[in-house]
Design a protein around this ligand. Structure first.
Ligand code: SF4
Length: 265
């Protein structure tokens, strides 16, 4: 029975992986039942790409964003914000997490990476991007950009792991998003790199697939943002590393950093 359950879980995980891959690639309309249909339908209507050079912005003002969390705007350091978040139980993910994954890196970094949500490795260690996808992100930062993880800031839209690595749900994003926005306000990086469909759509409040947003500058809270593919997607689709490398080179140029010799992904 245990092996049956394992097979079932593996099958579900494989299908989910495949659907996520299709969504990441920009496919619209996959008839896979109610939950997935909701995702794909939400990507379809008017999913027109932003014109080059335009900069879609998140809709909410700070007042709207922080209304439910009085006092959050008074936090002026990441330590104060972490204290404000505390042992958070503000959404239904709280009882299922092992560790709240707040973020790591330089609190005054020029460059911030924002992913979707912690996975199993991140939940276990309390640090974002430490699994296989995390290693690839580290390679992008170190081998590609010639920087160190300690020089950048890395966090996620959602601070607690969704069960079975499912996508975060809208109510969870709504509860957790103010923490990320305050992190962005405090760090004030010069450039944000949004990693993957979910993170970028949540940040910019659009339904456009990542494949149509990457390679184009957007704006978030007055900061330039470059969407690109999630490292987990690159593990399954290594051929698309060249597209990420192209996006990263745009980021390096914006930061005024030279591209290291013999770098690449
Ligand atoms: S996901 Fe965010 S809002 Fe939900 S419990 Fe964790 S920290 Fe709180």
């Amino acid at each position: 029975m245990a092996s049956d359950a394992l097979t079932h879980e593996t099958l579900i995980a494989t299908i989910r992986d495949y659907v996520d891959q299709l969504v990441e690639e920009g496919l619209e309309g996959v008839p896979l039942g109610e939950r997935k249909a909701a995702r794909t339908i939400s990507e379809s209507p008017a999913a027109s790409p932003p014109a080059r050079g335009t900069a879609p912005q998140a809709a909410s003002s700070s007042a709207e964003l922080f209304a439910a969390y009085p006092g959050i705007e008074k936090t002026s350091t990441l330590e104060e914000l972490r204290e404000f978040v505390g042992d958070c139980t503000r959404c239904k993910l709280a009882p299922m997490r092992r560790n709240l994954v707040f973020g790591v890196g330089d609190p005054s970094a020029d460059l911030m990476f924002v992913g979707e949500a912690p996975g199993a490795d991140e939940d276990a260690r309390g640090e974002p991007f430490v699994g296989r996808a995390g290693q690839l992100l580290t390679d992008i930062i170190e081998r590609g950009m010639g920087m160190t993880r300690a020089e950048v800031y890395i966090c996620n839209v959602i601070k607690c792991r969704p069960p079975d690595n499912r996508n975060p749900e809208p109510d969870e994003v709504a509860r957790c998003e103010p923490f990320l926005m305050r992190q962005i306000d405090i760090v004030r990086p010069r450039v944000i790199v949004g990693l993957g469909t979910f993170a970028v759509q949540a940040l910019l409040r659009v339904k456009t697939p990542i494949s149509r947003m990457r390679g184009v500058w957007h704006e978030l809270r007055g900061i330039k943002m470059m969407p690109t593919f999630h490292p987990a997607y690159l593990l399954r689709n290594p051929a698309d590393k060249r597209l990420v490398w192209s996006d990263i080179q745009m980021v390096m140029k914006e930061l005024g950093r030279a591209i290291p010799r013999r770098s690449g992904l």
